[in-house]
Ligand binder design. Structure first.
Ligand code: PMV
Length: 323
């Protein structure tokens, strides 16, 4: 063990979405969620011990100031309230994909910080504790502490848990159709607050969530691709309809988002094993059975409004190395 730890984590995409907080202070979600980790979207974070009494030194994608840096700083302060032996650190974090654009950079970013702090300060936290620590940074970060399929169940302890899945039964390719790489218009915390305060659909979104979670878990267990596709699409569209119902309204979609959605709906009618999901931004994640992926790849690239397509498999466990 040394003074620097290097952590690599993957972003994740929720198939059953979390939207809304039961407790904003503790960042406890109002709904459960279920995600898959994305091997192609990686955060690499170096965390180095600094001398006691020094201030944290933070850089995110080479920048030492900005909203992302402020969030990392608040996360470290918050972590120290719970684990006072977390000393000052130097953090150098980089994403190999657009930051703050609805591609879950906060998920991989805060998961890396939680994992790295646990290692660097020899905190002895188990996976659930690390997941809860990551959750203080962002709700979805609780899931990026693990690889593969991951769930946060509402009746649980607020930590994410990996779901045992036979990779041969779920050979998935995910295409991330990037329609705009600018930072999102309204950050998820503000947008969740506005949705809960003003959307007339919010309560029914929260109420029907347990049924969606149960259906998704059953579909995974039964290796039922169509079952998982149906509940994922429903969860995505119900979440976005609820968000759009806020006052003033919030639109994460752009015209390119809709082009991809309608194209994938047509592919589904043709019988391809494919579905889509969208987080708090205009990008569309197109989830394909690997055997049907070649049929989707070229067409996705040529759709109007699609700027780039990132191809990903399912990510594995985070990697930790001492320097
Ligand atoms: O983790 P946050 O606070 O950025 O919120 C994530 C919200 C969604 O990405 C839209 C859904 C989810 O479960 O990841």
């Amino acid at each position: 063990m040394g003074d620097t730890v290097r952590v690599q984590t993957n972003a994740n995409v929720a198939l059953v979405k979390y939207w809304g907080k039961a407790d904003e202070e503790a960042n406890l979600p109002a709904t459960g969620s279920l995600s898959i980790s994305l091997a192609a979207l990686t955060t690499t974070t170096l965390i180095t011990r600094a001398k006691p009494g020094l201030r944290d030194q933070i850089s995110l994608n080479g920048e030492s100031s900005g909203p992302g840096v402020d969030r990392i700083s608040s996360f470290l302060d918050r972590g120290r309230q719970i684990y006072p032996f977390m000393g000052p650190v130097k953090v150098e974090s980089t994403n190999d994909f657009p930051t703050g654009a609805g591609l879950a950079s906060s998920a991989s970013g805060f998961a890396a910080l939680a994992i790295g702090s646990n290692a660097l300060f020899d905190m002895g936290l188990d996976g659930s504790d690390v997941s809860r620590l990551a959750r203080l940074g962002s709700g979805s970060a609780a899931r990026s502490v693990f690889g593969g399929f991951v769930a946060i169940e509402l009746e649980g302890d607020g930590a994410a848990k990996p779901i045992e899945v036979d990779p041969n039964k779920w050979p998935l390719t995910v295409f991330i159709a990037v329609t705009d790489s600018a930072e999102k218009s309204v950050g998820s915390t503000d947008a969740m607050r506005r949705t809960a305060d003003s959307s007339p659909f919010y309560q029914s979104w929260v109420d029907r969530h347990p049924a969606d979670m149960a259906e998704a878990l059953r579909s995974i267990e039964a290796s039922d691709f169509d079952g998982l596709a149906n509940v994922s699409v429903r969860s995505c569209l119900n979440m976005h309809a609820t968000i759009m119902g806020s006052s003033p309204p919030i639109f994460y979609w752009n015209p390119g988002t809709l082009v991809v959605v309608q194209t994938v709906e047509r592919w589904r009618e043709e019988g391809r094993r494919v579905f889509y999901t969208i987080d708090a931004g205009p990008q569309v994640k197109v989830v394909c059975h690997r055997d049907d992926a070649h049929q989707c790849r070229d067409e996705l690239h040529s759709l109007s409004g699609v700027r780039t397509v990132i191809e990903s498999g399912i990510g594995g466990e985070p990697a930790v190395q001492w320097r």
